[in-house]
Design a protein around this ligand. Sequence first.
Ligand SMILES: O=C(O)CCC(=O)C(=O)O
Length: 260
Amino acid sequence: MSEQYLLNDAEVARFLVTGYHLVEPELPVGLNENIADQLDALATNPGDAITEAVPELCQVLEHPAVTGALSSLLGPDYEVQPHRHWHCKQPDSPHMNWHQDGLNNRDILLNRFLGLYYPTDVTPNMGPTIIVPGTQFRNAPTDRMATYTNIRGQVPLTVKAGTVAFTHYDLWHGTAANRSVHKRHMIKFLFRRTRENTAPTWNHEPEATNKPNDWNKKAQAEDANNILNFTNPIGVSQSDHYKERAIRRQNWDFLMGKQA
Ligand SMILES: O=C(O)CCC(=O)C(=O)O
């Protein structure tokens, strides 16, 4: 594994805080277009067999920017799970309600998460996935969530072709309506840790969490300590924020190998 592609401390901390991380791998010329053309032509959804139907998808998973992010967050022995799914959002299809895919367990571990690959540019009218950063530790009954409309701080994944969005399994998400004439493709993959960390598996600097708290630059925090302490992606109340901060720290300690 080339260290060049491993995440740094701030990126790992931001993933723990926001519940997502975007990678834009430099894929071979024509690969995204080739994949998108094959998906456009598929008559039925092959489910988990989508990688057999479109084997070029494996090249995305093998790109060092993708393996580097995964090794950083799940360890170098991570597993690409057999479950995967092609999400084709048809032209003129409605929005998808907010929901969580995982078990809503306010997990202090980081053992499994999703990777969403988009083979074409996704514009705002194409039904982008919409995520709500920082919601991965909040439980809400799905039937209640379905009644929520616009949520402050939501982020539409209007991404460029080839982007892989890694998202925490419990991150709140949905989609906008597809008002375009194009099919919006997304392939969802699932990744799993196979071994607990005994040490950081990213480009870790021992001083990373020793930076003093900077109360004047809370929103612009750039180092792991200040990111973990202060970042508040959707501006939750103080009483919610301190609960989230505690889970973030437990997540960080878990990745540092402190529980092994
Ligand atoms: O199609 C999308 O962008 C999102 C799909 C989704 O929400 C899901 O797979 O849980």
